[in-house]
Design a binder for this molecule. Structure first.
Ligand code: HEC
Length: 140
């Protein structure tokens, strides 16, 4: 009887520990979210709704990123989001948002000067992680 109770307790602890580790792992391996909170939340807000602490300093209104799908007939505009983050839209008028494609390219050169890596893939992967995160925070 005592053995059974002990076994149940041990099993419950193991399950909890496992769930905790899985959660920590999930948070650690969510590069899109991490990147968003580090580089975008200052303007777009931690929830993406456009009320970041720096938003008031800008002339442009910071858009609500959680309604991008809603504003596009219910379909998230993947290519548009990618282009805006990368910075391909510049030259079409003043732009207050930083050009991340350029930023990531510079970082790639600084971080991996000796590595035989593909710079374009590195930049695209980081932008894709952000786009994927934006898809997940869309209002239903
Ligand atoms: C300095 C403030 C600032 C930062 C930092 C910033 N943005 Fe923006 N973002 C803006 C502004 C302002 C706009 C509106 C267009 C413009 O004026 O450039 C915008 C527009 C966008 C749009 C287009 C939204 C739409 O509905 O058309 C996307 C997508 C976006 N930002 C994603 C991001 C991501 C991802 C990051 C982080 C890598 C980021 N932004 C960082 C200010 C910022």
């Amino acid at each position: 009887m005592r053995h059974k109770a002990l076994f149940t307790t041990v099993a419950a602890c193991a399950t909890l520990a496992f769930a905790g580790a899985a959660l920590a792992q999930q948070q650690k391996t969510d590069p899109g979210k991490r990147e968003f909170e580090a580089n975008c939340a200052v303007c777009h807000g931690k929830d993406g709704k456009g009320a970041g602490p720096y938003a008031a300093e800008l002339k442009a209104k910071v858009p609500d990123l959680t309604t991008m799908a809603k504003r596009n007939g219910g379909v998230f505009p993947v290519a548009k989001a990618f282009a805006i983050i990368e910075g391909a839209g510049k030259g079409h008028g003043p732009r207050e948002m930083p050009v991340w494609g350029l930023d990531y390219t510079v970082q790639a050169e600084q971080l991996l000067p000796e590595m035989p890596y593909n710079q374009a893939v590195y930049v695209r992967t980081r932008i894709n992680a952000l786009v994927e995160y934006l898809v997940r925070i869309q209002e239903k």
